[in-house]
Design a protein around this ligand. Structure first.
Ligand SMILES: NC(=O)C1=CN([C@@H]2O[C@H](COP(=O)(O)OP(=O)(O)OC[C@H]3O[C@@H](n4cnc5c(N)ncnc54)[C@H](O)[C@@H]3O)[C@@H](O)[C@H]2O)C=CC1
Ligand SMILES: O=C(O)C1=N[C@H](C(=O)O)C[C@H](O)C1
Length: 250
């Protein structure tokens, strides 16, 4: 049995993870902790993998604490910059257990992971590209971690292909053109009734490609979370891994 502890267990995602772990035949819930609880109870003696779904302002400290306690971590929380990822790399290099692993995924839904992959494939063939993410209004961060990841991937694919910057003759902008991430405009919509959605728009003269992923329910993230837990528990993924595509045969 894989012993799993959940951090952020009372949240929208964490509570689904607790349910998914309890429903998995090869897993057993160790601790279900939330804000104010003492994370130091989570140790390799009781936990094989900790799953962290909290808030962007707390996740770095939580993951660093879990690494220092010798525990492997699957992270779904957003807010990861290159600098923060570097801190995880440094902490893992000095971790107490050999081959310790941290896995971070901007999105665990297969639809979103494939949308991101298709966007990377398509990016070199289009002059224009923009990303629109649409979420429930309780979300605290904008743009979404997934949209940031997608925009960065598109930008990298365009650079690799030697494309010029996206065409844009905007002369005045009060903010309507969105956040520019690595040269790619990213727009965030917050609307009651939505859950998690992303649209990648790409255009050439006379044509458009739209790639869209919709997570209508948080259960869509659970197979990806359980896959990541199993991958870390089986070993062979020491260090920091980012993105569920790394565990899929894409
Ligand atoms: N990677 C993915 O596939 C997905 C990622 N997310 C991300 O996961 C994160 C959580 O999202 P939700 O569950 O919707 O948020 P939420 O606000 O419903 O839940 C967060 C939980 O973390 C707890 N918390 C806050 N600070 C804490 C701390 N220091 N230690 C332990 N627990 C703490 C809160 O009390 C709350 O129960 C967000 O960053 C969101 O963007 C959400 C959906 C899918
Ligand atoms: O807060 C959410 O809900 C989600 N957060 C993640 C993100 O910011 O990309 C993943 C998904 O979009 C749902």
């Amino acid at each position: 049995m894989i012993r799993v502890s959940v951090v952020g267990a009372k949240g929208r995602m964490g509570s689904h993870v607790v349910e998914a772990v309890n429903g998995a035949e090869d897993m057993q819930l160790a601790f279900a902790l939330d804000a104010g609880d003492d994370l130091s109870v989570i140790t390799p003696g009781n936990t094989d993998v900790a799953v962290e779904f909290t808030v962007p302002s707390a996740t770095l400290d939580n993951v660093l604490a879990l690494i220092a306690q010798g525990v492997d971590v699957v992270v779904g929380t957003t807010g990861w910059t290159d600098e923060r990822l570097d801190q995880i790399g440094v902490a893992l290099a000095g971790a107490p257990r050999a081959n310790q692993a941290v896995f971070i995924a901007p999105n665990f839904a297969i639809s979103a992971v494939l949308a991101d992959h298709f966007a990377k494939l398509a990016a070199p063939y289009f002059e224009s590209a923009e990303v629109v993410e649409l979420h429930h209004p309780n979300k605290v961060d904008a743009p979404s971690g997934t949209a940031l990841h997608t925009a960065q991937a598109i930008a990298q694919a365009r650079r690799d292909a030697g494309l010029a910057p996206v065409p844009d003759n905007t002369q005045t902008d009060g903010g309507s053109r969105g956040q520019v991430v690595d040269g790619i405009h990213v727009h965030a919509v917050r609307l009651r009734g939505l859950n998690a959605h992303e649209e990648v728009l790409m255009g050439n003269a006379g044509e458009q490609l739209t790639i869209r992923a919709d997570s209508f329910d948080r259960i869509s993230f659970m197979p990806g979370v359980l896959l990541a837990v199993r991958k870390l528990a089986e070993g062979g993924h020491a260090g920091l891994t980012v993105g569920l595509d790394r565990f899929l045969d894409l």
